[in-house]
Write a protein that binds this ligand. Structure first.
Ligand code: UGA
Length: 439
């Protein structure tokens, strides 16, 4: 049977899920209450930058498999599988706010008209599958059958389409065989190729896998960042150290690139939420707590390193390349680049900035700071600055005309916080070059 899917929420997760499932040949309705967003999507425009997504949306919209709507009632009535992919932002105390998930559960209870599988893709506290079940049971007018499944997403922004099509694993959390068989049908393209590992487990374990994975990766990045700080003192080279560590199959070579600290919409939010969840159960997540604190310290440490080398920041001209929290995205949420730019500006420096995709997002957040200037390209940033800082590892920056950059800078101080250049070459070119974990 070809399933009819509704995806509620057209953010990164929802839109990528909807577009990719339609590309698998399923009929998908993407629903959002934001009218502007739906109108934009109907015109074939994706409201954020994600490589490959717009093509996929247009291809499947033209084929008639992918549609966009504000009408949640029709979406629920006309589908047998409903994905919940709405936002779960952080609250003051770090816990995830699941109000939007609860609202969708209420809508499903109101409009359910036959058996449905409800799939939770949003990152939610452990126990939310049961909560959604309770809400639907409590509010539905007739006792229709349904099953709620946890199916966490592991997409990386910037590689989300690829990750959906080639996942390391698909996790399905449900106690119910009927729901398992429907989920195998939804993911049949991946299930039948037998290359994608599937894990069928209970809902609580599936929900925990999501938090445990993100917190572990955040911890791994933070670990390598601390190791980099040590290397800077001892004379070791973090690139060799990370390579040597990564050769151990038990450690693995991914997520061992040191940088200015992790950011984005997931690691900061999910680490805090995990600590909060554990706290509510009387369990201390001391490693995750230490990770959160170390990541905050990382940004302070970097600022103080810059200050030590540049000297008094007041009235200094400083250039920053890269504002997104990582390359291949326009997302600046919790971006270490924004925190460094605002700290520099608050200390009286004049900061010139440029990012290939994230200018608009950054402008909305840094708008209040008078001494931040948004430039049209890398070379305009470098003009007359006393220090240049690489914050995001865009490929475009790897190809900089360094001779031109050096000639236009007032002083050749270069901070490469993503290790995208070779220290030997940079020094030979006459830069006073500082990178991460390489003395
Ligand atoms: C992360 C996870 O990688 C995804 O599996 C997950 O689905 C997603 O969160 C989510 O929960 O939605 P994402 O936030 O897009 O994905 O970004 P990552 O590529 O994981 O990078 C996170 C942060 O760690 C970035 O600031 C990045 O610059 C930093 N990082 C990553 C490093 O500093 N070094 C590394 O080696 C890797």
């Amino acid at each position: 049977m070809n399933h009819r899917i509704t995806v509620v929420g057209t953010g990164y997760v929802g839109l990528v899920t909807g577009a990719c499932l339609s590309d698998f040949g399923l009929e998908v309705i993407c629903v959002d209450k934001d009218r502007d967003k739906i109108e934009t999507l109907k015109r074939g425009v994706v409201p954020f930058y994600e490589p490959g997504l717009e093509n996929l949306v247009n291809k499947n919209s033209s084929a008639g498999r992918l549609t966009f709507s504000n009408d949640i009632k029709a979406g629920i009535e006309n589908s047998d599988v409903i994905f919940i992919a709405v936002g779960t932002p952080s609250q003051e105390n770090g816990s995830a706010d699941i109000q939007h998930v609860q609202d969708v559960a209420r809508d499903i209870a109101t409009y359910i008209n036959e058996y449905k599988v409800i799939v939770n893709k949003s990152t939610v506290p452990i126990g939310t599958v049961r909560l959604v079940e309770d809400i639907i049971k409590r509010y539905q007018k007739q006792p229709f059958e349904f099953d709620v499944v946890s199916n966490p997403e592991f997409l990386r922004e910037g590689a989300a389409v690829y990750d959906f099509m080639h996942p390391d694993r698909v996790i399905i959390g449900t106690d119910n065989e009927r729901a398992v068989s429907i989920m195998k049908g939804v993911y049949r393209v991946l299930f039948l190729n037998q290359k994608t590992p599937f894990l069928f487990t209970d809902p609580e374990s599936a929900e925990t896998i999501k938090y445990a994975s993100n917190a572990f990766l955040a911890m791994k990045v933070t670990y390598v960042n601390e190791m980099a700080a040590l290397c800077e003192k001892t004379g070791a080279d973090i690139v060799s150290v990370a390579r040597g560590m990564g050769m151990d199959g038990r450690i693995g070579n991914k997520f061992l690139n040191p940088g200015p600290g992790y950011g984005g919409s997931c690691f900061p939010k999910d680490t805090k939420a995990l600590v909060n969840i554990a706290h509510n159960y009387g369990v201390q997540m001391s490693l995750v707590e230490a990770t959160i604190a170390a990541n905050e310290n990382r940004k302070k440490r970097i600022l103080s390193k810059i200050e030590t080398i540049v000297g008094e920041l007041h009235n200094k001209n400083i250039g920053v390349l890269g504002l997104a929290f990582k390359a291949e995205t326009d997302d600046t949420r919790e971006s270490p680049a924004l925190s460094i730019v605002s700290d520099l500006a608050r200390r009286g420096a004049y900061v010139k900035v440029y990012d290939p995709k994230a200018m608009e997002q950054a402008w909305l957040k840094l708008n209040g700071l008078d001494n931040v200037q948004f430039c049209e390209n890398e070379y305009a940033v470098a003009e007359g600055v006393e220090a240049l800082i690489i914050m995001t590892e865009w490929n475009q920056f790897r190809g900089l005309d360094l001779t031109r950059i050096k000639a236009s800078m007032q002083k050749p101080l270069f901070f490469d916080l993503r290790n995208i250049f070779e220290p030997g070459i940079m020094r030979k070119m006459g830069f006073e070059y500082y990178s991460v974990g390489r003395s």
